[in-house]
Design a protein around this ligand. Structure first.
Ligand SMILES: Cc1ncc(COP(=O)(O)O)c(C=O)c1O
Length: 402
């Protein structure tokens, strides 16, 4: 007789919490006090945001970094900078945070959602060319969970069709595609420092690029259309005030200092967990493309196969695993079916009647509703024993369910 599940009233396998997030120490405190005492709380007169932009761009192997208020703003500015405007089409995926499609919609552009690869949950590059029309302006791949999308194929397709590439690297700073860090592989790349991210200031974002001209346009767009070196009231284009505060810059400098130590721990634990999960039939960690030389491990995702668990539904499995003391989540809903997208498209149809409706995305629909299970990055900064507990809890559920 197998051990009773916690969800059925048995004892939970694990009582101790996983590591909490964010992590900070006296470095963050010192940085914040420096800003406080300087009286320079805005980035235009301060030093912290500039210092972080330089340090982070170097970290990502990019020539330029432009900090903004959040990842969504980074996407809006980037898409606007490459010329995406009302009625244009932007190819991206349904398996992402809603901000990816919102950024295009807020510019009046139509997100064309191409289904994902079932093994990586990144855009299925085989389907991109079929989605290109005369209105397509850009491809917006999402490096989901911290794994780069197939940038070889994406950059080649973009070149053939004269399209711009904006990388949604919001979850993937530090990740590498064939030895090169993501973000500046395409024209522009965006990163988020929102509270859950692998380094965070509560909110925040940055755009990285190797293109001098695009860097200047992004800088201008995020600073109410000002010209670098121009007069205070000289606004050469319509822009936003998306400037980051010095508080955020200060925190991010301190966070970046321990980024590599934490990344190595996440990576070690993620590999241990992936290997250990191989002992459990029906649990399939996402595949890692061989050209990915560094994974950012923002989320650890596996596919759950219910027929190996006595047909227990994915959602019931998640409840059972949570009850055993292992936090987990089902993750995204498929954005091709999201009211947010339909709402945005309705507005766009007022000036582009022929705006195409979202296409079916059977892989994203299936994995979102039946298969995906997420662990957040903070769980991966724990010990090897923490990983072993996750495996033991899943094995316990399987023994009970079978
Ligand atoms: C893939 C992806 N794109 C965009 C965003 C938007 O970033 P933010 O929440 O900083 O606006 C996020 C994170 O929240 C994200 O995970």
């Amino acid at each position: 007789m197998s051990e009773k599940l916690a969800i059925e009233g048995g004892a939970p396998l694990r009582q101790t919490p996983f590591p909490s997030w964010p992590i900070w120490d006296e470095n963050e405190e010192r940085q914040l006090l420096e800003v406080l005492h300087s009286g320079q709380w805005g980035m235009l007169s301060g030093t912290k945001v500039h210092a972080f932009e330089r340090a982070f761009a170097d970290y990502q192997q990019a020539k330029h970094g432009i900090c903004v208020v959040n990842g969504t703003a980074a996407l809006e500015v980037s898409l606007a900078a490459v010329g995406v405007g009302p009625g244009d089409e932007v190819i991206t995926t349904p398996y992402t945070f809603v901000a990816t499609v919102n950024a295009a919609l807020s510019l009046g552009a139509i997100p064309i959602l191409v289904d994902v690869d079932p093994n990586t949950f990144c855009i299925d590059v085989e389907q991109i060319e079929g989605a290109i029309t005369s209105r397509t302006k850009a491809i917006l791949p999402v490096h989901i969970a911290g794994q780069p999308a197939d940038m070889d194929a994406i950059l080649a397709i973009a070149k053939t069709h004269g399209l711009r590439v904006v990388e949604d690297a919001c979850q993937a700073w530090g990740a590498e595609w064939r030895g090169r860090r993501v973000g500046a592989l395409g024209d522009l790349g965006t990163v988020s420092f929102q509270a859950s991210k692998n380094i965070t200031a509560g909110e925040g974002g940055i755009i990285v690029t190797n293109d001098d001209q695009l860097a200047d346009i992004c800088w201008s767009l995020h600073n109410v259309g000002r010209r670098k070196g121009g007069l205070w009231y000289e606004h050469v284009r319509q822009g936003w005030n998306y400037r980051m505060t010095e508080w955020q810059g200060a925190i991010l400098l301190a966070q970046l200092a321990r980024a590599d130590t934490l990344s190595e721990r996440r990576s070690r634990n993620a590999h241990h967990l992936s290997e250990a999960l191989q002992s459990i039939p029906g649990i399939h960690p996402l595949k890692i493309d061989q050209r990915v030389t560094r994974h950012a491990w923002h989320i650890f995702i596996f596919r759950y196969q219910s027929d190996e668990f006595g047909d227990m539904s994915r959602d019931r499995f998640i409840e059972a695993l949570q009850a055993e003391g292992v936090p987990c989540a089902p993750g995204y809903v498929p954005l091709n079916q999201s009211p947010a997208l339909l709402d945005g498209l309705k507005r766009i149809q007022t000036f582009r009647e022929d705006a195409p409706p979202p296409r079916p995305c059977p892989v994203a629909e299936r994995v979102c509703t039946q298969e995906a299970v997420w662990f957040t990055q903070n769980m991966l900064i724990g010990s090897e024993q923490d990983m072993n507990d996750i495996v033991a809890a899943i094995a316990k559920i399987q023994r009970w369910a079978k």
